[in-house]
Design a protein around this ligand. Structure first.
Ligand code: PEP
Length: 253
């Protein structure tokens, strides 16, 4: 049985003060909610303050990205050991906005994912096709390629610290959501690939989040699908009430 994992990706939003007030509300209102794991991914500048505010709560602090080197002459970058030092316990890598605007590739995403795991953090590896790729019937091929690069030579033992986020690019921030059936089809395919790669026991442990315009109104139907184990939430994670409703919809049991 996988515990669903719901993560709010705040992207380039919220001052430190705004981040602290949102996370304080989440901490207070989610303390009694069981059967679901929760995380928030603030901007890098707010990450340390958010992690400190979340001390004593089960909500995880996640980074939105991570460079693959630990130290050195890499102006502007942040490494996994530094993120861990600031209080992060998870990092997202390969988000489509990084692939689209900042040149992340399957190879660099794999390097980032390995660096995150090597520092002892959990990693959320994002994959997903564009609209042109879906319309060209290339969804599964694109997901396979991104998955192979993102996983690289990881061993099956990473399963508890590995999450895959399936995020169709055409559904991110557009208000268009994959139907539960469309999402489940790709999630089942990813689970199959994870089974081939790591064996059935590890593949059964690995959580596969759905992301792409998840809202309180569609969360329950998406989360009811067999291979959807939580959500990576952008826009709707910026309002406490919406995010809390999504977290509650994802609860198992
Ligand atoms: C995301 O950025 O990961 C995302 C899913 O965004 P949104 O929920 O706004 O579509």
């Amino acid at each position: 049985m996988r515990t669903p994992f719901v993560v709010g990706n705040w992207k380039l939003n919220k001052t430190i003060g705004e981040a602290l007030s949102l996370v304080t509300e989440l901490k207070n209102q989610l303390s009694a909610v069981k059967g679901v794991a929760v995380g928030v991914a603030p901007t890098f500048v707010a990450l340390g303050s958010v992690a400190k505010r979340l001390e004593g709560s089960a909500i995880a602090t996640c980074a939105q990205d991570c460079f693959w080197e630990s130290t050195g002459a890499w102006t502007g970058e942040l490494s996994a050991p530094l993120l861990a030092d600031a209080g992060a316990t998870w990092a997202i890598v390969g988000h489509s906005e990084r692939r689209q605007h900042f040149g992340d590739t399957s190879v660099s995403v794999g390097k980032k994912a390995r660096a995150v795991l090597a520092a002892g953090l959990g990693v959320i590896v994002c994959v997903g096709e564009t609209l042109a790729e879906r319309d060209g019937n290339r969804t599964l091929q694109v997901v396979d390629e991104q998955l192979a690069g993102g996983l690289g030579d990881m061993a099956a033992s990473v399963a508890p610290k590995l999450v895959i986020a399936y995020e169709p690019v055409w559904a991110i921030g557009t208000g268009r959501t994959a139907t539960p059936a469309q999402a489940q089809e790709v999630h089942a395919h990813i689970r199959q690939r994870l089974t081939e790669r790591f064996g059935a026991v590890a593949a059964d442990q690995i959580r596969i989040q759905y992301g792409g315009s998840v809202k309180p109104s569609n969360a329950e139907a998406l989360m009811a699908e067999k291979d959807i184990d939580g959500a990576l939430v952008g826009g709707a994670s910026l309002e406490a009430a919406d995010f809390i409703a999504i977290v509650k919809a994802a609860r198992s049991g």
